[in-house]
Write a protein that binds this ligand. Structure first.
Ligand SMILES: NC(=O)c1ccc[n+]([C@@H]2O[C@H](COP(=O)([O-])OP(=O)(O)OC[C@H]3O[C@@H](n4cnc5c(N)ncnc54)[C@H](OP(=O)(O)O)[C@@H]3O)[C@@H](O)[C@H]2O)c1
Length: 318
């Protein structure tokens, strides 16, 4: 069987991380690339032996007819470009964020449904090997009783570097990575109660939510963007606790309060964590024409974005 033909749009930091993985996956080959600045595409094509460089995506798609397209452009460009790519009806992998607000994501979802598109959105943390191990430890002992996700951002360090558009959508643009993990660990939500505040007075930058899941799990989301902290997750099981702090480092605590380390797999150490299994999942989707959990389609991502909308919505009396 011949290799799956993959085309890349975007030639920046994340394109390189994906190329490092695809190079080592049998049955997939990146054969074409296009990017806004051609020089960057040329550089990657030399480094990773990519046969064709195109000036624009239309020419690329019509000439190559790829089996899969990867949209790896800057956050601000993802929505506009994805809108144009969906009608070609070629399975796509889209880096997060899938739009910078709920309205954009809904629009992409409607378009994807219309064209019956197969898609994966790049929430690579869903593919972390330590998360899979942690979830199995909880399940082995019983139910997931509670989940606490701290999604603090170091906003004072980045607010003068990122674009205004990105700044005003940071929950979607960046925090979506951790907020999406609620659904990975605990399933779909049944209700949510949120409070938010603002230190900066420019946008909301403090969040606290209590989430009830259909499974019965109760979740907490906390984020303070002007306080030195980071992302972490606590999974409360039956006489067992699993902690990821930072997300790449984990341990579990048994009923006698003894700590045990949770390790990352070799591929998660070799590549950007989650990227190898995520790419295997993209390959599987291209071969079977079906999405495989824990990957998320555009439609699934809309559920995460709906949670973000509820976390960030000010109540009338706030
Ligand atoms: N999953 C993760 O952990 C993770 C980590 C980092 C980034 N990301 C996501 O990956 C995406 C790319 O991030 P990055 O760090 O790689 O950014 P980057 O280094 O700035 O690269 C973006 C690339 O896309 C190109 N581009 C922008 N708009 C385009 C358009 N309309 N058509 C064609 N090419 C276009 C840029 O061209 P120019 O050279 O002309 O700017 C650049 O080559 C972002 O959406 C980001 O959120 C995900």
């Amino acid at each position: 069987m011949s290799d799956l033909k993959i085309a890349l749009i975007g030639a920046g930091y994340i394109a390189k991380k994906h190329l490092e993985v695809i190079k080592n996956i049998k049955g997939m080959k990146v054969i074409a690339i296009t990017s806004r600045t051609k020089k960057k595409a040329e550089k990657l094509s030399k480094e990773f032996n990519i046969k064709y460089i195109f000036n624009d995506y239309k020419k690329l798609i019509n000439t190559i007819k790829p089996d899969g397209i990867m949209i790896l452009v800057s956050s601000e460009e993802i929505f506009t470009l994805t809108q144009k790519i969906i009608p070609f009806n070629i399975p796509i992998f889209i880096e997060k964020p899938l739009g910078l607000n709920l309205k954009e994501t809904k629009k992409l979802n409607r378009l994807a449904i219309k064209h019956r598109l197969k898609s994966i959105v790049g929430f690579n943390r869903r593919h972390y090997s330590n998360f899979e191990t942690g979830l199995n430890i909880i399940k082995k002992k019983g139910k997931l009783l509670g989940i606490t996700i701290e999604g603090h951002e170091r906003f004072w360090k980045i607010e003068n570097i990122i674009s205004k558009k990105n700044k005003n959508s940071w929950l979607y643009s960046n925090s979506s990575h951790v907020i999406d993990l609620f659904r990975y660990f605990a399933g779909e939500i049944s209700s949510i109660n949120s409070y938010s505040g603002s230190l900066s007075k420019k946008r909301l930058d403090q969040f606290s939510s209590i989430i009830k899941f259909k499974s019965g799990t109760i979740g907490n989301y906390i984020a303070n963007w002007y306080s030195p902290s980071g992302w972490s997750i606590k999974l409360h099981g039956e006489k067992v606790l699993v902690v990821f702090k930072p997300l790449e480092k984990g341990y579990w605590v048994d009923s006698n309060f003894k700590k045990h380390n949770i390790k990352m797999s070799q591929v998660d150490k070799k590549y950007k964590p989650g990227f190898y299994n995520q790419m295997q999942s993209f390959k599987k989707m291209l071969l079977t024409k079906k999405l495989h959990w824990p990957s998320q389609s555009i439609q699934d991502t809309l559920k995460t974005y709906t949670i973000i909308d509820q976390i960030s919505s000010l109540k009338k009396n706030d």
